[in-house]
Design a protein around this ligand. Sequence first.
Ligand code: NAD
Length: 474
Amino acid sequence: MIAQHFINGVWSDAGDRIAVEDPGTAEAIGEVVLADPGCVDAAVAAADACVRRGELTRPRPAHRLSLMLEMAAAIRAVTEEGAEILCRESGKPLRDARGEFEEAARYFEYYGGMADKLEGRSIPLGEDYIDWTMREPHGVSAHIVPWNFPVGIAARSLAAGLAAGNCVVLKSPEVTPLGLCVLVKALASTDLPAGAINLISGDGPTTGEALVRHPLVQHIVFTGSVPTGRAILRAAAERIVPCVMELGGKSAAVVHDDADIDTVVASVESGVFFNAGQVCSAMARLIVHESLHDRLAEAIAARAEALEIGHGLEDPDLSALISATQLERVEQHCAGALADGATVVTGGKRVTRPGYFMQPTVFTDVAPSMPVANDEIFGPAVSLMQFRDPAQAIALANGTDYGLVAGVFGQDLNRTLDTARQLEAGQVFVNEWFAGGVETPFGGIGQSGYGREKGLEALDNHLRTRNIAVRLTR
Ligand code: NAD
């Protein structure tokens, strides 16, 4: 398969290509066409022309609602085809790839249902005036997505952006561009106007930079790493372009002494090992009451050692990392933690088999100053730290520059909720990591970024307010 550009309603494979690899075998499975600045320009011009024709905004908003429901149905129809391709290019288990397409369909249903409810306000200014607000789209919106959940993340901003009436240029990640082509083909099989969604791929320095610096781009939604987020914000600052920044994390769960161990272990399995730990909101740190620490470390290590490792198509418990580079990075983090004095309870090494597999890894004796307690590892590893009193737990949990998500486990409702209130993060999970869904706002504070995706709050990012004040003459 070749990941082509989709510009102004037309697929094209003009441009240089690089291979797309299956990280579960390290073999090439396809190619991606790289967008040069001319191609980026064509994509933005197509989106801009669609904005000017008003094809999304002139008809009654109920038209966008039905278009988006049509899109949701089209996504559901390609779920099996798309999931297999996404599974192979990303390495993730087939069930999770399927889940990403199902989630994508949900975004289109959820935000489609809002397309005809984006109402303004009437503001009283006395009898001589009539004043109201209108919620309008920005125009051309650039969406840049990372490789770890390319379909789900693209769908969440595409759906909210489209419901608001924006036209989009989507840049797919160069390592996982194939599943997104299946998604966009499904969207394009509906009555989508030409230019309303354009898809390009390519690397950051060439394609990404040309996109965020393009003079017709009026809004940017970025999901990715902190350094790239900073570079994009610098570019956006030149033209004062509003941005949404969904960046990294080093999230912590606080485990109180009355937590149910089985519940915590089940959450560790999803929080740490889902997508081989390549998740911005992974449970990277576990801050455990000293009375439970040893028992919990043992239980987590036992669960980690029982995980079945395999190729994504076999639907394993633990799948491959995205690339040789990522595997090396994770191994280096683990070696660094050992050198710093952390204890490896289990794992810490690569798995000897074709592809890029890392052992599930559990660290104890992690001090807050160690890089393993602060840096995003993006691999299947968790660091356990101990606390004696709740204030110490909060200080440890809030002790990094990030603030994407956090969690708390315990039975005492007062204490658990008190902890939830004090954790510095955009969302807090109580007694289940990843609780929530398409409907619940997601986004960070601190170095994890700003703006919210998912939930109704996401629509605020994709809209701007115009106030109209009328002086009545009598
Ligand atoms: P990355 O920052 O390297 O790349 C993300 C995207 O930005 C890619 O499409 C890349 O091509 C593009 N890019 C790179 N340089 C660019 C530039 N100068 N201008 C414009 N675009 C540029 O991130 P990644 O390695 O793909 O993804 C992993 C990171 O993403 C992790 O830090 C993870 O925490 C974060 N992430 C965050 C969320 C969230 O919702 N908060 C979700 C998933 C991943």
